[in-house]
Design a protein around this ligand. Structure first.
Ligand SMILES: [Zn+2]
Length: 324
């Protein structure tokens, strides 16, 4: 009889261990496989107070000239890096909408390079209580109304891909295609000024690389030079960022929406168009690893998890950066 009791009590103990509540489910979605609440809390505690998201339109992972992009290379080497994939059709609004809204095009309904509203009606379950497809900015506003956020972009189409009315400071740098170098530099310059406000999330979007790809072709010397210019702007911004008090609590992300082939993307079925870079770096990204394969709807859940925000149930992406 004694033996039987021992077996039963061991079984009861085993059940008790595996049913300990997993608090971090809110933060990292299905990332938590631990059965220990303590380990769970340590694993999923917010690690960043600030996230800077650098988005470079048309930056195909296979075309990045790392040797002449020392600032981007430093972010890569000091953080975690993977080659992710974008959605088809491999065009801008389709994929930037996924970046900000945590869902694929089949859910958010953007199907054109310059979509400003869904071409396909999203399922009712994809909307939040305010009737919008939640994006990382609207979630930050909803969960901490006082948080300061910034969105700076050189292509107006980006404004349709996130809920700009939930961003504290938004600016679109208008101009002609050949003015992208100036417009893109302005994004980083304003971004450096905005550091004084210690934004919870700041988007810095660059449009010139894609524009140059369309004009001269992906991988051309001109395209490479456009990336070198982005790197120079990034370097100045990083110097400013590293001089702030917020730097020690900051994660810097780098992502793109698609690559290209020849002077095209969108309808082109080729790995050089599909592959995009994804970097998570900075002091607040120490000790992280990336869950792969990564797709663009993972970007916003990753930001939410790093900042300790609850990931909306409607999001299909997952936190890509988790503790090692
Ligand atoms: Zn393009």
């Amino acid at each position: 009889m004694k033996k039987v009791y021992l077996t039963v009590s061991l079984m009861a103990a085993a059940v008790a261990v595996v049913t300990v509540g997993c608090k971090c489910e809110k933060v990292c979605g299905d990332a938590c496989e631990t059965t220990c609440a303590k380990a769970c809390a340590a694993k999923c505690a917010p690690v960043a107070k600030h996230v800077v998201l650098v988005g470079v339109d048309g930056c195909g992972a296979r075309y990045i000239p790392w040797d002449v992009m020392p600032n981007l290379k430093a972010l890569r080497d000091e953080g975690v890096y993977t080659v992710g994939r974008c959605h088809r059709p491999t065009a801008s609004a389709i994929n930037w909408k996924s970046v900000f809204s945590g869902v694929s095009p089949e859910i958010h309904g953007f199907t054109k390079w310059n979509s400003s509203s869904p071409s396909i009606e999203p399922p009712a379950s994809a909307f939040d209580a305010e009737g919008r497809i939640p994006c990382i900015f609207s979630e930050i506003r909803r969960q901490t109304p006082g948080a300061y956020t910034v969105s700076l972009f050189a292509w107006d189409g980006i404004g349709n891909c996130h809920n700009t009315n939930t961003v504290s400071f938004t600016r679109w740098y208008a101009g002609k295609g050949d003015e992208y170098p100036v417009r893109d530099a302005s994004v980083f310059e304003e971004g450096a000024r905005q550091l004084a406000n210690e934004p919870t999330l700041m988007l810095l979007y660059q449009g010139g690389v894609d524009n140059t790809g369309h004009k001269y072709s992906w991988g051309s010397p001109e395209y490479t030079n456009a990336l070198v210019q982005v790197d120079a702007n990034l370097g100045k911004f990083m110097t400013a960022l590293k001089g702030t008090d917020m730097w020690k609590d900051t994660a810097v992300m780098f992502v793109a929406d698609h690559g290209g082939l020849g002077t095209h993307h969108g309808g082109v079925e080729d790995i050089r168009v599909l592959e995009i870079p994804f970097i998570v770096s900075g002091p607040a990204a120490k000790g992280l690893r990336l869950r792969e394969p990564m797709m663009l709807e993972d970007v916003s859940p990753t930001i939410a998890a790093l900042l300790g925000y609850t990931i909306p149930e409607s999001w299909r992406g997952r936190a890509a950066a988790v503790a090692r």
